[in-house]
Design a protein around this ligand. Structure first.
Ligand code: IPM
Ligand code: MG
Length: 356
């Protein structure tokens, strides 16, 4: 019996998680699923976005299926109490350093992309984002009175961008090994022309790359990578980058595929314990309307079966069912277009179950 922590969270989180749980239950696998509040929902219930009981459940599980957290109404809370701290806290506490964000353009959705169909048809990029370092977690950070700079004596805020060699080495190994199972190309994205941290990043990735002579490595500055992603996205195979650049580029890449509502993600630690969540956020503006796309979460559940639970065939079965409902012309509002059938969140989940 494998243990799964189900953390629905805020906004559309509970709606999309319900559909993924429905699909998992339909698979009749030996899974023990337990839910706990997280994010704003947990703050409302117990005054903290990542209550101890939720963290403990996550730590004791083989995998975590996570919805989404956040709502504008919490933006004025002290930072440690904001919903986002729940996902950052889980990443840190569980050491989930390797974030996989595939951007795949399904054949049926080629026309849903904001780019020309010929640019995105057949697109299959894997963004590997380092998830527990960089300016997201670097200390020191805070507010103080400036003693130097352009305005000594003024109030200022600061964060610290930093990476240690082992942190870069381990994510580089993840990227090269992922590329070996794909098209054997890695693009490392940095800002080595300006930042010390990312010159070091580039040097370390280059050194690790020597151990993978079968994989072609190239380097790209992050501004150019942002441009190339919309100019010629199919030039990429595996993209590896730091936490902040990966945050930005993965949102950009998601739009190539038609909708961020289609993209799953996996965040793994060195024991292959993982947190699985859609790449999109909590979308409070559409919460409760029954129009959210549950496919990213359903596909995240498939990644969970594959990466953390050793259930490759069950994962492939779910992915095939998703392909089938797309082929049937079923679309939630975010991917709907003329000639297809608009369905609700629940109807989409039911259709995937029926297609299994
Ligand atoms: C993501 C999100 C998070 C991040 C937020 C919610 C903290 O944007 O997973 O990409 O910045 O990492
Ligand atoms: Mg993001």
């Amino acid at each position: 019996m494998k243990k799964i922590a189900i953390l629905p969270g805020d906004g559309i989180g509970p709606e999309i998680i319900d559909e993924a749980v429905k699909v998992l239950k339909a698979m009749k696998l030996p899974l023990e699923m337990s839910s706990a509040p997280v994010g704003g929902a947990a703050y409302e219930a117990s005054g903290h976005p990542l209550p101890e009981a939720t963290l403990k459940l996550a730590q004791e599980s083989d995998a975590i299926l996570f919805g989404a957290v956040g709502d504008w109404k919490y933006d004025t809370l002290d930072r440690p109490l904001r919903p986002e701290q729940a996902i950052l806290g889980l990443r840190k506490a569980l050491g989930l350093f390797a974030n996989f964000r595939p951007a795949i353009c399904y054949e049926q959705l080629t026309h849903a992309s904001s780019l020309k169909p010929e640019l995105v048809a057949g697109l299959d990029i894997l963004i590997i984002r380092e998830l527990t370092g960089d300016i997201y977690f670097g200390q020191p950070r805070g507010r103080r009175t400036a003693t130097d700079g352009h305005f000594p004596g003024a109030e200022e805020a600061y964060d610290t961008m930093r990476y240690s060699k082992p942190e870069i080495e381990r994510i580089a190994h993840v990227a090269f090994q992922a590329a070996q199972k794909r098209n054997k190309r890695v693009t490392s994205v940095d800002k080595a022309n300006v930042l010390e941290t990312f010159q070091f990043w580039k040097d370390v990735v280059t050194e690790v790359g020597l151990q993978y002579p079968d994989v072609a490595l190239d380097h790209m500055y992050v501004d150019n990578a942002a441009m190339q992603l919309v100019k010629e996205p199919k030039r990429f195979d595996v993209v590896v980058t730091g936490n902040m650049f990966g945050d930005i580029l993965s949102d950009e890449a998601s739009m190539l595929t038609g909708s961020i509502g289609m993209l799953p993600s996996a965040s793994l630690n060195s024991q292959n314990q993982g947190l699985y969540e859609p790449s999109h956020g909590s979308a409070p503006d559409i919460a409760g309307k029954g129009i959210a796309n549950p496919l990213a979460t359903i596909l995240s559940a498939a990644m969970m079966l594959r990466f953390s639970l050793g259930q490759e065939s069950a994962a492939a079965q779910i992915e095939a069912a998703v392909q089938k409902v797309l082929a049937q012309g079923l679309r939630t509002a975010d991917i709907h277009s003329a000639g297809t059938t608009k369905v609700s969140t629940v109807e989409m989940g039911d259709a995937v179950v029926a297609a299994l």
